[in-house]
Design a protein around this ligand. Sequence first.
Ligand code: AGP
Length: 620
Amino acid sequence: MGGMCGIVGYVGSPPASGRPLEVVIEGLRRLEYRGYDSAGVVVVTPEGLESTKKAGKLANLVEALEAAPLGLGTAAIGHTRWATHGAPNDTNAHPHRSGRTAVIHNGIVENFATLKAELLAEGVEFASETDTEVVAHLLDRAYDATGDLTSAMRQVVRRLDGTFTLLAVHAHHPDTVVGARHDSPLVVGLGEGENFLGSDVAAFIARTRQALELGQDEVVTITPTSVRVTDFDGKPVQARPFTVDWDASAAEKGGFRSFMDKEIADEPKAVADTLLGRTDADGQLVLDEIRIEESVLRAVNKIVVVACGTAAYAGHVAKYAIEHWCRIPVEVELAHEFRYRDPVVDERTLVVAVSQSGETMDTLMAVRHAREQGSTTLAIVNTHGSTIPRESDAVLYTHAGPEVAVASTKAFLAQITAAYLVGLYLAQLRGTLFSDEIASKLDELRVMPDKLQTVLDRSERVREIARWMADTPTVLFLGRHVGYPVAMEGALKLKELAYIHAEGFAAGELKHGPIALIEPGQPVFVVVPSPRGRHSLHSKVVSNIQEIRARGARTLVIAEDGDEAVVPFADEVFRVPRCPTLLAPLLTVVPLQVFACELAHAKGLDVDQPRNLAKSVTVE
Ligand code: AGP
């Protein structure tokens, strides 16, 4: 049970070594960012299964293992659980055992009550309130009937509804770990005389970068010298090998206070890398990785972006550019709303799923719904081998590298960049922009990393203001046009990092209500459009600043170099380099990210793992 758990499996090395447990604990450490509230491990020793599991952080488990070490074995599996239902306590922690079988699980077994009733009627005793324990009992009984853990796993998974990644071990097979996945991530790590399983590559990249991607409804059996993959019916499957291009250090903090600080500093590289290799020598766009028939893309008459949280705001920013460049209506839908509102989509709709983790269940379900309606689906995802790209018709990966902090920063910029590439690609295909216009927009994108670096180099003032404002009860964010989703993203960052109530508004909305919130001293960030844009948005936003300043607001203004019109009404001006109106979000969001990050540090909060949140929400 549990949403976005960390899963690690290891098999290999002689029984006498402590390596299995050492590798599993190390793997769980690298998965800590996924958010969890209990952890546990089980080792297959010559005497049988030995396990320990503890509520709370991994440190509690390590302490318990030091106090009462487990026996030495050849295979081990470990788990960090983020409770979705069933209190986060020792009993509900994984692994769950039954007889000579132990299992760990990520996801939710939706029909566990029925299965549990069946088992209870047969006299099975339950120790926990979890759905996972049901799987343990079913597996142990299936093993007794077949004598083979892999076929037992296949038999059991066919009876489960819901989402799951399962790893199981059995006392009779000290050199085997069996895994299964349905709607939830699992990848194989390939070693020399040892093999690994993980809910993502971070679990084993310190040991190997050769990996195998597992698909939907597959069962994998690893021993020290073999990896076998079949579907749920036992038919062999050829898993796709890939090399993990993140090295172990990339997943470390590299000297920064937090992963978030590091990832903000990585933003210029995230944007540059996302552009890399996608234009040819004469600056033309090359996106043949988007394997969708050109005729299909030409016939598209509507685009729907489905995403959650920050990814949805990235989609919202991209909407302005894609509509302007392609003249196709773009709707941005929160994935969890999209699926249940019977949306009007069909084979001429392009559904774009934006997701850093590629595992967000709400977004995955939206993709599935879209495909059922015959729509073409394109994923913009950061995590290779994740589920959403696998279930989409095509994927354009962002190359932001591992984003470990729960609060998304560099991925947000990379998502906007990738979405712009999609927009330019569609404009090129459909002829709504001349190739020289496309080339010049690509040139403007290519210089954004340098401009980003300039914004980062100026961020000390933002950090100073944040420290002064550490005890602010509420902050408002205003923006207009592409600055509007930036304002909402700035508010989300503050909510999730500093636990401060914050709200982003369309600046034009002020007089329709929100201005009633303005009282003396109320801090308001205002994202100001370029004064050089074709439209009069700039002067409208300046008058918005005037209105709130007249009512005592503390105006914190994000404005372009050289924009003097804002100065008389701004308590603070944070300058960003000039750039085209549609690209400005790549710069104007950065002071807001830095502000939220610094304020959270100032409040002594856990910046990388904010309370109640997890990096990837793999439950609906
Ligand atoms: C962003 O800071 C939040 N952690 C959250 O809103 C996140 O963007 C959202 O859950 C979507 O995640 P995804 O990009 O992995 O799909």
